[in-house]
Write a protein that binds this ligand. Structure first.
Ligand code: C5P
Length: 296
């Protein structure tokens, strides 16, 4: 078996409505999620057993990493179908910052599933890969679906966004930026639960808002929404302070992605990216991470 290299893109939640808490402790949500042309690279080489190395020493490479969890789950599923087990040496080039709401770990896990399946001659169907992905993490299954998606449930129900709506998003330029600190997803959801019901958007309202944008002709900026901003912004004032400044100075419509701390803004072709980047660094310091990308 030869080596395979797979691109693992970052994601952005253009629309994220947390609609309520479920009996199992997870939250229900309605979200429009896009992948961008920026991300990690996962290389898979033949080996007897599973192992993972990464160029970023801050990334845990033990069994908690979603790449190895995905590999174990894949091997189990394939073995249960009677096919032979095999190992793999994973080499991860990490580019997506962690604790950002950009789905880096989940994307790596989904990339591992795709790579292992491709290398083994596609023993598992797409739907089987999606079932494994959904068990790995709420944000994992979306990376197995091409193009912009709508995500529901706790994140495991993923369907492509309609073609007209997707066309308003694909190819759009976007600036993604993150302060030095990250936000832990479980903390953000726990804050949402503590502030319930004020923190939630009723599911009927979320669906109506989404349908109005999908069925209409409004531009991408009109879709942007994230009701997790409230809890994140209350704790981290540096986020709303900068976003307000970007609105006032540059006429941008910036938002936080997922549970943060990364934020993003769609860019017009003539946007003064260097000036915007300078404003971000002036507010958040030189350790701020800034990256331009396009929606895939
Ligand atoms: O599924 P994942 O591992 O990404 O979730 C991390 C944590 O975020 C969960 O343990 C849960 O506390 C919270 N979460 C949630 N509702 C979701 C997704 C995540 O409450 N839909």
């Amino acid at each position: 078996m030869s080596a395979v290299s797979i691109f693992a893109p970052a994601k952005l939640n253009l629309f994220l409505a947390i609609t309520g808490r479920r009996a199992d402790g997870f939250h229900d949500l309605v979200s429009v999620v896009v992948k961008v042309d920026f991300g990690d690279t996962l290389r898979v080489e033949p080996a007897e057993s599973f192992s993972l190395t990464c160029d970023d020493p801050d990334v845990p490479t033990d069994e908690t990493n979603l790449v190895l969890r995905a590999a174990r789950a894949f091997a189990e599923e394939v073995a249960s179908e009677g096919a032979a087990r095999g190992g793999a040496r994973f080499v991860l080039e990490k580019r997506i910052p962690m604790g950002a709401g950009l789905g880096g770990g989940s994307s790596d896990g989904a990339a591992a599933l795709r790579a292992l399946n491709e290398r083994a001659g596609q023993p598992l169907a797409d739907i089987q890969l999606k079932v494994i992905a959904a068990k790995l993490g709420s944000d994992c299954a979306l990376f197995l679906q091409e193009g912009p998606v709508v995500m529901r449930g706790r994140g495991e129900r993923v369907e492509p966004l309609g073609p007209g709506a997707a066309a308003r998003l694909r190819g759009r330029r976007v600036l993604i930026f993150k302060p030095a600190f990250g936000i832990a997803t479980p903390w953000a959801y726990a804050r949402m639960a503590a502030e319930a019901p004020a923190s939630y958007l009723p599911v009927a309202d979320a669906e109506a808002r989404l349908a109005a944008w999908c069925d209409g002709t409004a531009p991408a900026d009109a879709l942007l929404f994230n009701n997790m901003e409230r809890v994140a912004f209350a704790k981290h004032l540096a986020l709303p302070t900068l976003l307000d400044e970007l609105r006032e100075k540059f006429g941008l419509a910036p938002r936080m992605s997922g549970s943060g701390s990364a934020c993003f803004a769609l860019l017009a072709d003539d946007a003064p990216v260097a000036d915007i980047g300078a404003a971000i660094r002036a507010a958040w310091g030189e350790s701020a991470w800034v990256r331009e990308a396009r929606i895939a």
